[in-house]
Ligand binder design. Sequence first.
Ligand SMILES: O=C(COP(=O)(O)O)[C@@H](O)[C@H](O)[C@H](O)COP(=O)(O)O
Length: 281
Amino acid sequence: MDAYQNVGIKRRLGRFFRRDGRALIFAMDHGFEHGPTDFEEHWEHVNPRVIIKKVMRAGVDGVMMLPGIARIAGNDVRPDRGLMIKLTSKTNLRPKDAQLLQSQLGFVEDAIKLGADAIAATVYWGSPQEDVMMRQFAEIASYAHDLGFPVVQFAYPRGPYIDEKYGSKEDYRVVMYGARAAAESGADMIKTYWTGSSETFAKVVDAAAGVPVLLSGGAKAENPVDFLKVVYGVVEAGGAGAVVGRNIFQRENPEPLIKTLIRVIHRNEEPEEAAKAEGLI
Ligand SMILES: O=C(COP(=O)(O)O)[C@@H](O)[C@H](O)[C@H](O)COP(=O)(O)O
């Protein structure tokens, strides 16, 4: 039985990762997690069908979204690309002291009915509510794995003790700890923060013990080359690519950036050269 389940996990992971073991995944959960103001720069992208068609054309390897957006736009994700459905979230409208919890808003069955190739959940390692998210992740992972579906953990260390002890949630010792905790809790793919250098990110990759580690994109960079350099650093460190939202959808025409990211992630091209080749700069 186990062998068959592992085949399912591997085949489904293979819809995200190319032969080089890397992926560029488009993130589209911001309308819920940050609010629709994230789309104000290019308001047409508040319609998931519009932006998903654009990112598909440009060649992203997969897309991550919440279940309701998958009902609206899941069909626009081409069948040969990965569809990741995330089952936990929070709004930015919550009181501040409740922001350190992601709640479950859907179930493994929902994600499977919607055609998911992978199922994702966030754990804020170090949060006072870490226990709740650990249990949510365990329940989701246990059931998904039983059915042969890979599970992605957004392993985000954050909480008052982290700030007090390390000064920053991006301190590599903290990010490394989160990645390790994700691997030890059964994740098949990990999404986390940039640590500021390729050397320190390599430690995060090591700590994940073979589970692929992808960058969580972050706010839109003023200069796209700065963002490309971060992604280049992730790849140099042995990272498995990036999950990118704002740097893509906060551009009217995201195609040149996506094509440049593909050059950096899948062809190891230097950011500036790649950006010039795609007419981005
Ligand atoms: O993890 C998320 C939010 O993280 P946050 O609480 O803003 O640090 C997701 O909303 C995004 O999917 C993720 O941040 C990737 O999108 P970008 O950061 O590239 O916009």
